[in-house]
Design a protein. Structure first.
Length: 147
């Protein structure tokens, strides 16, 4: 299947299996939340030596993460107990307009000869930022480093 547009990715995912098909939905801006802030300095899951009370804090005690449909919160527990009294929550933030780095846009524009011309404007009109490209999945945080 040729991929020209984001909608083609949706179709590809839906057709990837013949039985128990995957569900794929197009995300709109009001569906995109910033989860990265949770692990950044000041965020509730930031890896640090001590918590606000001075006790040793580690990521590992968090046992359960939950996102509830219709809520703009991430819920978490440090126990696997079913009792709902153990839940804590943090409000999520909307990302706002999604942008890509100028370097990423340059790479995408370089691929335009491989994309049908009817879809070129989509790539040409992508919004960019001045930030360096960063893959947060590759960033390692050392809890032993001082802030």
């Amino acid at each position: 299947m040729k991929i020209n547009h984001l909608n083609d990715w949706i179709q590809l995912v839906r057709m990837a299996r013949t039985e128990h098909r995957f569900t794929a939905e197009k995300m709109e801006m009001d569906n995109v939340y910033d989860f990265a802030f949770l692990g950044k300095k000041g965020g509730p899951f930031y890896v640090k030596k001590v918590d606000l009370t001075g006790k040793k804090y580690l990521w590992m005690p968090i046992q359960w993460l939950q996102y509830r449909n219709g809520e703009v919160k991430m819920h978490f527990k440090t126990t696997l107990e079913e009792n709902t009294n153990f839940w804590q929550s943090v409000n999520l933030k909307l990302i706002g307009p999604v942008t890509i780095s100028q370097e990423k846009k340059k790479d995408i524009l370089h691929l335009l000869p491989l994309i049908d011309s009817a879809f070129h404007d989509f790539s040409k009109n992508l919004k960019t930022n001045n930030l360096e490209p960063l893959d947060l999945d590759l960033v390692e945080i050392n809890p032993d480093e001082e802030d």
